[in-house]
Design a binder for this molecule. Sequence first.
Ligand SMILES: CC(C)(COP(=O)(O)OP(=O)(O)OC[C@H]1O[C@@H](n2cnc3c(N)ncnc32)[C@H](O)[C@@H]1OP(=O)(O)O)[C@@H](O)C(=O)NCCC(=O)NCCSC(=O)C[C@H](O)C(=O)O
Ligand SMILES: [Mg+2]
Length: 356
Amino acid sequence: MRSAKDFFAPLAVGAPTPVTEVPARPSRMIHFFDPSNPKMAAKVPDMVGVSDVLLGNLEDAVVADKKEAAREGLVQIAKDVDFGEHTQLWTRINSLDSPWVLDDLTRLVTEVGDQLDVIMVPKVQGPEDIHYIDRILAQLEAKGGVQRPILVHAILETARGMANVEEIAGASPRMQGISLGPADLAADRRMKTTRVGGGHPGYLVRQDPAKGLDGAPDYTGERSVFQQDLWHYTIARMVDACAMHGIFPFYGPFGDIKDTVACEDQFRNAFLLGCVGAWSLHPVQIEIAKKVFSPTAEDVAHARRVKEAMPDGRGAVMIDGKMEDDASFKQCMVVLELAERLSANDPELATMYEEA
Ligand SMILES: CC(C)(COP(=O)(O)OP(=O)(O)OC[C@H]1O[C@@H](n2cnc3c(N)ncnc32)[C@H](O)[C@@H]1OP(=O)(O)O)[C@@H](O)C(=O)NCCC(=O)NCCSC(=O)C[C@H](O)C(=O)O
Ligand SMILES: [Mg+2]
């Protein structure tokens, strides 16, 4: 553990000074593309301004003999495409035990380090993984003359990473956020699922049997079942770890691309629990994330009314038959701040909130 006095000092001579506060940029969706796939790569320029984050994926879903093509494709995209003010460029590097990661970092940081906002690190097990990345990034930033520090995003996808989530979140001033990686986490936990995120019809609670005429339970009657959320504990714990360290939590992938309804539900659960965004694996998921991770006009209008009724945020008032006080005021401020930040980049949203 570094002492508080040198936590914000650069870890290599010539590296940029770390940030003391993680910039709160709109990141409702982290859209994944494979830079070795010509069709996907060709779509990147048109997705600037459409997706808050575009992420060139180098890890899982890129086959082994395409790893170098993906890395070089991303270097080219970073050089050729103007990502403007509103779209961030991220990458997901290969895992720290893989044969590709050292070249991923070296090539990307020294060649296009100033274009990269965040590096997503998969399968993070503990703070030691972040410390390794922190030091090597500082060395490479210094070597490449990178002007601003590249931030780091960890994926929570092992049981050990889960157990260490608080230490991971606070391991470096570079930590921007954490995503849930439900598919790898399920495998590592030995869960008996075969899906990429989302729920499972077998994970349910069944209503008690009604009583029969003799007063005994009738096990043959109809009983309602309610599917439960497999990810509630994990997301809630990740949200707490991130909030405690001033970084941002994200839900990860939803693999059933055609099930846009359940995708929206999963994203909304994460939003309500505190996540700021989710991954988008297919263009169709960008709009879902945009809708879900932007506060509704109704919530913004209500938050404004609470703010007007309690300008200094103190006391208790009744609005529409409900008590509002200092604590609900603070929740309203979270909604208003997010709405303001998002509408600064999105004129359509700004109009919707103005008219709310
Ligand atoms: C899921 C896909 C394999 C589906 O691809 P495809 O069958 O080609 O879909 P469509 O025919 O509907 O595509 C229509 C057009 O859109 C383009 N497309 C598709 N996906 C993308 C994209 N992500 N970005 C840009 N463009 C995209 C297609 O090329 C079609 O173009 P055209 O023919 O010109 O009309 C595919 O979507 C895909 O591979 N997505 C990304 C998958 C991915 O990144 N997976 C890794 C992240 S999830 C993970 O790693 C698990 C996690 O770590 C954990 O542990 O939980
Ligand atoms: Mg994974």
